[in-house]
Design a protein around this ligand. Structure first.
Ligand code: G4P
Length: 525
């Protein structure tokens, strides 16, 4: 019973947004409400920004973008909250995609003025693929922005999900008066105070004449009309549909001014799903199973610049994880035990004796783990849904310092295991090609090779459009394809065949000329 209770109280989620919509600010406010950090106010100072984003890497400090993904855990209303932070920069989107494999729900932050932006669309698509339940927080209501109804339509059409507002804004920008909580029939008035949160004022219903005394006659009339329209247009909130990822509850507020955040977190802990089942190639895993299982979704290097050890982030999918207990590392077919597994409570790391499904633990790793690796009590399981995406930017990588060849080799291998980029070996000329989803990764690799491995790399340009995996049940056609395209073939880190298409035309022609070959754009097929 106690075991089930532990699982049911866990809420593991990520906050995602297009850069600048307010993800960091909202995260900080949630941490404040959860008592995980204690500095109230508009958390503008970099100090707190750092604790909230947990930038472990030197490079992140230099660039001021969140390269790393971290975990922040805290207790709130008897629930154990685990927020998985995701990098905002688009070049690190793949990091974010992988993090989304480890969450049970997400909160999407949207800037009221900018509406649904590019990165939000992409991330929401990944959530849809995985049927991850989604909540929306429309931020920056203290600024002028889009009309609420218009914005809801935009969310529905661009994110392909039905919405259901659970709070409603009273005005916006300079005329922002507060938020009406449709769910609880109460209202919180807005005061541009970054530190305090006003008490909510409750009403019997939306017709209560008291409302006028707080927000004025005109605003009260508009509010009633709008709430009436909301009730007429949007079906009643259905919890089951939310858990099936078919409807997204929407909240309005201003993270900077601490506004609407309380409503969001209170509703979140009430309705967000506890750990869900996980898919493996072998069978579905239910969190309540006795035996422990989990997978690595993220590897972090350079936590301590003096040591080169890494931390593998493991999502616990079933059973109880125990310290100093032997578990099977499936890929290596090796028993391993972990004397110092860490949990992440806000900015603190602590050694834990046990952890439950929904939790993320950090395991010190000297190079045994790759993204996607499974740990179990002995059962052979391969967790699915942690794909690599076919990269779109390519460079040859060469050794820049003949004395440091080994260091380069090791550095490149380890960075690839971490999922920073993908390495392909050209079958024709044996040259090594780095493929990434963003240009910034090339700089990250160069920087990290130098600072963590003492190696120097040189890049050389290569004209490539896409690298994609291919399979076919027509072995004759497959052989013919390999023969004719032998200059454009490579192997990935798992020794699988990859086609290096020089242009979209070349890819199209290959698809046309070899109709029995399937080309795959993610590594899971
Ligand atoms: P991100 O993580 O999604 O990239 O966004 P972040 O929270 O860093 O917020 C981006 C900018 O938007 C920040 O301002 C932040 O203060 C501001 N912001 C966040 N929420 C609100 C809000 O509710 N209202 C208003 N008016 N602004 C908001 P900045 O000047 O770019 O950065 P900083 O110097 O404040 O850190």
């Amino acid at each position: 019973m106690a075991f089930e209770k532990e699982i049911n109280k866990r809420r593991t989620f990520a906050i995602i947004s297009h850069p600048d919509a307010g993800k960091t600010t909202l995260t900080e406010k949630l941490l404040l409400f959860g008592g995980a950090i204690h500095v109230a106010g508009a958390v503008k100072s970099n100090k707190i920004k750092k604790t909230a984003t947990s930038d472990f890497m030197e490079i992140e400090k230099q660039r001021g973008i969140s390269v790393a993904t971290s975990v922040m855990g805290f207790e709130y209303n008897d629930k154990k909250i685990n927020i998985l932070d995701t990098p905002g920069h688009k070049d690190f989107a793949e990091d974010t995609y992988r993090t989304l494999t480890a969450v049970d729900s997400v909160i999407i932050v949207i800037d009221v003025a900018k509406g649904v932006e590019e990165q939000t669309k992409k991330l929401a698509k990944v959530c849809r693929m995985r049927n991850t339940p989604v909540m929306v927080f429309v931020n920056k209501m203290d600024r002028d922005g889009k009309d609420a109804f218009e914005l809801l339509d935009e969310i529905e059409s661009l994110l392909s999900i039905s919405v259901r507002p659970l709070t409603w804004p009273i005005g916006m920008g300079k005329k922002f008066k507060g938020v009406y909580n449709i769910y609880n029939q109460n209202m919180r008035l807005f005061e541009p105070d970054q530190e305090k949160v006003k008490e909510a004022i409750s009403f019997d219903n939306i017709s209560d004449p008291e409302i006028e005394t707080y927000i004025g006659d005109e605003e009260a009339e508009i509010l009633r009309e709008e709430i009436e329209l909301v009730e007429a247009v949007y079906p009643k909130f259905n919890l089951e549909l939310y858990k099936k990822a078919e409807v997204a509850p929407v909240f309005f507020g201003s993270a900077l001014y601490n506004f609407g955040v309380q409503e969001t977190i209170d509703t979140f802990v009430e309705i967000a799903p506890s750990p869900r089942n996980s898919e493996t190639a072998e069978r579905e895993i239910i969190p309540y199973e006795d035996k422990f299982s989990g997978f690595v979704f993220k590897i972090h290097a350079n936590m301590d610049p003096n040591h080169r050890d890494r931390i593998a982030f493991v999502k616990i999918c079933s059973g109880k994880f125990k310290r100093n207990t032997n578990y099977l590392h499936i890929r290596n077919n090796k028993q391993m035990k972990f004397p110092n597994p860490t949990s992440f409570m806000a900015e603190k790391k602590e050694i834990v004796d046990e952890a439950f499904p929904g939790d993320i633990i950090g395991l010190y790793d000297s190079g045994n783990f790759k993204i996607g690796d499974s740990l179990t009590e002995g059962e052979i399981l391969h967790f699915s849904g942690i794909p690599s995406f076919s990269p779109e930017m390519f460079r040859y990588i060469e050794n820049g310092d003949p004395m440091k060849f080994k260091q380069l080799q090791k550095g490149v291998d380890q960075l690839m295991d971490e999922g920073v980029a993908q390495l392909f070996i050209n079958k024709f000329n044996g040259r090594r090609i780095i493929g990434t989803v963003g240009a910034l990764q090339f700089e990250v690799i160069e920087y990290r090779l130098k600072h963590e491995y003492g190696a120097t790399c040189k890049y050389e340009p290569i004209q490539l459009y896409k690298a994609c995996w291919f399979t076919s049940s027509n072995s004759e056609q497959l052989e013919d394809f390999k023969k004719r395209k032998y200059q454009n073939l490579a192997k990935d880190k798992f020794n699988r065949d990859v086609f290096l298409a020089e242009s979209s035309f070349a890819l199209q022609m290959a698809q046309q000329n070899f109709p029995d070959i399937s080309f795959h754009f993610t590594s899971e097929f």
